[in-house]
Design a protein around this ligand. Structure first.
Ligand SMILES: NC(=O)c1ccc[n+]([C@@H]2O[C@H](COP(=O)([O-])OP(=O)(O)OC[C@H]3O[C@@H](n4cnc5c(N)ncnc54)[C@H](OP(=O)(O)O)[C@@H]3O)[C@@H](O)[C@H]2O)c1
Length: 245
């Protein structure tokens, strides 16, 4: 287990885009959404293999709603991150206002059937620095954190300027596993802020899964890498490899 503040988190987390959305996604192959029954078996397997971290978002279609149905009775077994700022209504819509941030958190808690969220990331678009610096999203999240609805706040960023601002002003940052993001991992490490790696397998386009997992887990700032999957054999293989490192 690795640490995000007081949270113990598994080095491999589960990305749940494929739990709830199969339109306008950038995976190599089309797929049907799994049944709730199949997802229950999948989550039970993930838990048995030592995974305790689930990453979701309002922009992932039915993902939050389905996770809520699946884990309501085992809420304390899981660390859940969701996001604010992006909604998906056939296409992406962004809103980082205070009002939208509050409403988004309330909706996420209702869908996830929980009274608190472990981590909330700001779901930035290409203008991540503007999203973070020129809106009230960070102060709104801090207010929700003070009220106890959210344990840690972070941002999922794209640019070096956005990632750097997130490190200075939030608790953790989520970035892709590309060499261009190395300065963010380095700065986070220096500032003792954890990082999370998104899309560690290049959304399924990786030609060497082991090397992608090894590279994503390598930097000492990385608390967890969120691997998207709805395939039990892939999940088993990914965990087996990660635990052999
Ligand atoms: N914050 C953001 O802006 C943002 C953006 C993108 C993603 N994310 C988060 O990051 C998570 C992961 O990203 P992602 O789902 O785009 O990409 P990813 O984790 O890089 O790759 C997922 C793809 O790899 C396949 N895969 C997994 N294990 C495999 C294996 N052992 N062998 C072959 N293929 C394998 C999966 O297919 P199977 O289902 O067949 O295993 C899936 O299609 C998302 O679910 C989401 O939670 C965040």
């Amino acid at each position: 287990m690795r640490q995000i503040g007081e949270i113990n988190i598994s080095p491999i987390g589960l990305g749940t885009v494929k739990f709830g959305r199969n339109t306008n996604v950038k995976y190599p192959h089309p797929f049907d959404l799994p049944s709730l029954k199949d997802l229950r078996v999948f989550l039970d397997l993930a838990h048995a293999l030592g995974v305790n971290f689930l990453d979701t978002a309002p922009a992932y279609g039915e993902s939050e709603n389905r996770l809520g149905q699946l884990i309501a009775k085992q809420r304390h077994d899981w660390i859940i991150s969701t996001k604010v700022g992006e909604d998906y209504q056939g296409s992406s819509v962004f809103n980082f206002s205070s009002k939208h941030t509050r409403l988004s958190i309330e909706k996420s808690m209702k869908k996830l059937r929980t009274e608190y969220l472990d981590i909330v990331f700001i779901h930035c678009n290409d203008n991540d620095l503007e999203n973070l610096r020129s809106t009230d999203v960070i102060s709104s999240l801090r207010a929700m954190q003070e009220k106890g609805y959210v344990r840690y706040i972070g941002a999922s960023t794209k640019t070096l300027a956005g990632g750097s601002y997130a490190i200075d002003n939030t608790d953790l940052v989520m970035v892709s596993n590309t060499s261009s993001q190395l300065p963010i991992l380095e700065k986070a490490h220096t500032k003792k802020k954890p990082t999370i790696i998104k899309k560690p397998l290049q959304s399924g386009f990786s030609t060497n899964i082991h090397s992608s997992i090894k590279k994503a887990l390598a930097h000492p700032s990385v608390a967890s890498i969120i691997v998207g999957s709805i395939n039990k054999a892939h999940l088993r293989a990914n965990i087996k490899y990660a635990t052999s490192l």
